[in-house]
Ligand binder design. Structure first.
Ligand code: 5GP
Ligand code: ZN
Length: 140
């Protein structure tokens, strides 16, 4: 099992650092983010160290997202969230600061809850859509 002795989430996975645990099994742990962006902001991690989403075996990705879905449902049922953002950052250019794979489950309440994802269209436009799709398909 991959383990990085300098990794804070490996330490949380092994209980060497405390966390507010939400869910645990032999492979997956969910715990509250220490700097929540909304009430109930939860991180779902593999106990094994993988640096990001792209590095995780698909069977484990399935398990992590099953847990993320359950946490998301609980946020709506028990915290009375009205929505949830599920996201994972890959590499620092995308905002990843802890280089151990994790999924953010971010309960949403209303447009003043302090969290914002900006999906307004940018100047990049829709040119070259066919070429871009072809390039991505080549890598699948
Ligand atoms: P990233 O920016 O890598 O997608 O998200 C990392 C998240 O981990 C941040 O939201 C940050 O608040 C959280 N975090 C960093 N260190 C700790 C810690 O020691 N404990 C907990 N519970 N969360 C942490
Ligand atoms: Zn780690």
């Amino acid at each position: 099992m991959n383990y990085d002795e300098d990794c804070i989430f490996c330490k949380i996975g092994r209980k060497e650092i405390a966390s507010a645990k939400v869910y645990e099994d032999s492979e997956v742990l969910a715990f509250l983010d220490v700097n929540p962006v909304t009430k109930g902001h939860t991180l779902v991690i593999t106990k094994e160290h993988f640096s990001n989403f792209n590095e995780v075996p698909k069977n484990l990705i399935n398990k992590v997202f099953q847990v993320a879905q359950t946490v998301s449902q609980a946020a709506i049922m028990e915290l009375h969230a009205t929505g949830v953002n599920i996201l994972t950052n890959v590499n620092p250019s995308a905002g990843q600061s802890v280089m151990h794979f994790h999924v953010h489950v971010i309960p949403r309440y209303d447009n003043t809850d302090g969290f914002k994802l900006d999906f307004t269209p940018k100047a990049i436009g829709t040119r070259d859509m066919t070429n871009i799709a072809t390039m991505i398909k080549k890598g699948l």
